[in-house]
Unconditional design. Sequence first.
Length: 208
Amino acid sequence: MKTFGKWTTEEVEEYFHLVMVKNHPFLVDWLNAPQKRSSSDEQTLTTLRERLLENVYDWNEEELKIKFIAFLLQLVNYDEVEYHSFLEREISVNIDNKRLSGTIDFMVAKGRRSPKRPFFCLHEYKRERYHSNDPLGQLLIAMVAVQRLNNNQKSLYGAYIIGRQWFFVILDQKDYSISRAYDATEADIFEIFSILKNLKQIITTHLL
């Protein structure tokens, strides 16, 4: 079976019988839960937004990851007692007697030294210009692999990034739902931060 990077959205839908639904209630709750921000957080987010605005057209994937995404994720801080963040970890699972594997860019999972049960996949950082492949398809196949690995009925949360645009995704059984594009060079960066912070509450109350 193909690695994550070679799947398209259409292939994932057809092979695993996924259905896109609009405004799935889990996605709506995730995006809309209120989140307070400190003045310090807002200052940091403003600085990150300005840095992104100045450079996003030129940064490649690694520069986008190191100079912007990493700082934003550090501000959210997914390293808690019961779950941690993990980077560039391989997921491998048998599906229909075939091996599905790939590396997930960033995940939040139960476990401390290694991911035991992932809750969130931030997969595929694409540059603003000349990006190729299908970032939604690659995120979905990674989430399908995690769903099989977890072997439970709980929903999964994910996101993919194309330059300044952030897209949030949930996978619930065979249904998936995608948010609108959030522009991190605009005031949307405050909403992006709140959505990422909201996930911590969701993990604590529904997924652990």
